[in-house]
Design a protein around this ligand. Structure first.
Ligand code: TYD
Ligand code: MG
Length: 455
């Protein structure tokens, strides 16, 4: 028989090495290697144990069918609903509303199809209390407080569940490997068993996972590559709005966003999120401007803030929150060369309000306007929006969906829009004055008025 060497598994990348090291040789993470005790050898027997007696659930939806979650926003993110036999991993910080959302989903699906909701964190009484508070009733929803995976799978099999929700993966025990709940090996074994269960029975599985300090689901890539879809639940501190984002989706697009608001009676979807991130200060302040970005296939009005401050010592700092730092560096150079916005001796901070990440170039022009506004201490009118890409030669370039952005800005009550010349519509929306610009300098003049000499 082959001798079994201990294998060390990296908690971050899932790579394996034969000997322990302080740093994973594959991904470079420190202290992430953990010994896996001959789980390999236990594998075939374990597979038989879990796989034994599995038959396609008769109530389970046919392959390719999608279950409606009861929340259009969530269905959108998933590409049109929960695909039968798919495995979805949902990550998010504690208290953000993962259990609330999926209890609501469980109740919705459970009205017509058998659903098992396995909670390892709350007692059945607690879950029921919450369901009562949310006014949820479901004829075929089974709530269990169970952390033993084989027992959960047996129950799901018994009930012919169409949807199985695991809350959370960190509390599960597979009963196979020697490690305790939450250990890397356990996470992997449990997830692999759940995937196998989903694929053989056609039951859709939702796995709730806590995120680490760094914001990744514990044992990040390790679990992410096993499942079909990875969703993240995010919010800004103190905000009641929640965003669901797909970072991986085998059955849909990955850049869709779903918007929810946490209310006294659970999560409600926000169907028209155009302006939910606009909570501007009552007094307009220098360095702030509103732009229309397109996130998840919809126009979204977002406030950008810039602060420039004379550098005290060392190298100037460039901090971008919600924007690509390299893009910011490029914009600073373009602003300096083509509009005399000189910030070489300044610390520069740019922030996208609302915890949104802007991944498109339409925020270029407003970022430069915000920088110039902060530098000159001149206020951009509160009723003004701007969008447009900036090229290296200082030209303002058009962006996609210009008309749609203008319509949204108009619908939200904005009065003036500074846009790339090629985005200027033949007829502007009623009540919105469109100012087409071709160069950075024109954009600055349109937003801040003529330069008064200082810089
Ligand atoms: P929860 O779903 O338990 O979060 P997670 O599972 O991600 O840890 O959400 C708990 C928070 O949501 C808690 O702070 C209270 C709040 N909440 C509401 O505001 N309204 C509600 O109807 C419910 C059920 C929870
Ligand atoms: Mg929870």
């Amino acid at each position: 028989m082959a001798r079994l060497n201990p294998v060390f598994v990296c908690g971050s990348c899932g790579g394996e090495t034969l000997k322990w090291q302080g740093q994973c040789p594959l991904c470079g993470d420190w202290n992430s290697l953990e010994q896996r005790t001959s789980a390999r050898a236990a594998r075939p027997a374990a597979a038989a144990a879990v796989g034994a007696g599995l038959k396609p659930a008769s109530h389970a939806p046919a392959t390719g069918e999608r279950l409606e979650s009861g929340h259009g926003e969530l269905d959108r993110v998933l590409g049109g609903g929960i695909v039968a036999g798919s495995v979805i991993l949902l990550g998010g910080e504690p208290g953000i509303g993962k259990s609330t959302l999926f209890l609501q989903v469980a109740a919705h699906v459970g009205a017509t199809r058998p659903v098992v909701y396995a909670s390892g964190e709350e007692s059945v009484a607690q879950v029921q209390l919450r369901a009562q508070r949310l006014g949820l009733t479901a004829a075929s929803l089974s709530v269990v407080c169970e952390t033993d995976l084989p027992a959960i799978l047996a129950l799901a099999g018994d009930k012919n569940a169409a949807l199985l929700i695991i809350d959370s993966i960190q509390t599960l025990q597979s009963g196979l490997a020697g490690a305790g709940a939450g250990a890397i090996t356990q996470l992997r074994e449990c997830t692999a068993d759940l995937v196998r269960y989903a694929k053989t029975t056609g039951c859709a599985v939702v796995i709730v996972g806590h995120v680490t300090k760094e914001g990744a689901i514990a044992g990040p890539r390790l679990l992410e590559h096993l499942v079909d879809s990875v969703l993240y639940f995010q919010s800004e501190a103190g905000s009641r709005y929640r965003i669901v984002r797909a970072t991986k989706n085998r059955f849909g697009a990955v850049n869709e966003l779903g918007f929810f608001a946490m209310t006294g009676t659970g999560l409600k979807e926000v169907k028209n999120p155009g302006a939910i991130f606009l909570a501007r200060a009552p007094e307009p302040a220098a360095g702030s401007i509103v732009t229309v970005t397109r996130e998840g296939g919809r126009p979204l009005l977002i406030e950008l803030q810039a602060l420039v401050d004379r550098m005290r010592f060392g190298a100037p700092r460039r901090i971008a929150q919600g924007l690509d730092a390299n893009r910011l560096a490029m914009l600073l150079a373009a602003a300096n060369r083509h509009a005399q916005v000189a910030l070489q001796e300044h610390d520069v901070f740019v922030n996208v309000v609302g915890g949104i990440e802007i991944g498109e170039t339409a925020a270029d022009m407003p970022v430069i306007i915000a920088l110039a506004s902060s530098l000159a201490d001149r206020v951009v009118p509160a009723s003004l929006v701007a969008f447009g890409e900036i090229g290296l030669t200082g030209e303002v370039r058009p962006v996609a969906y210009g008309d749609e952005r203008l319509r949204e800005a108009c619908a939200q009550g904005f009065k003036v829009a500074i846009v790339p010349r090629d985005n200027a519509p033949r007829r502007a929306p009623e009540g919105l004055r469109v100012v087409p610009v071709g160069r950075i300098s024109e954009a600055l003049e349109a937003a801040l008025g003529p330069r008064s000499g200082e810089g």
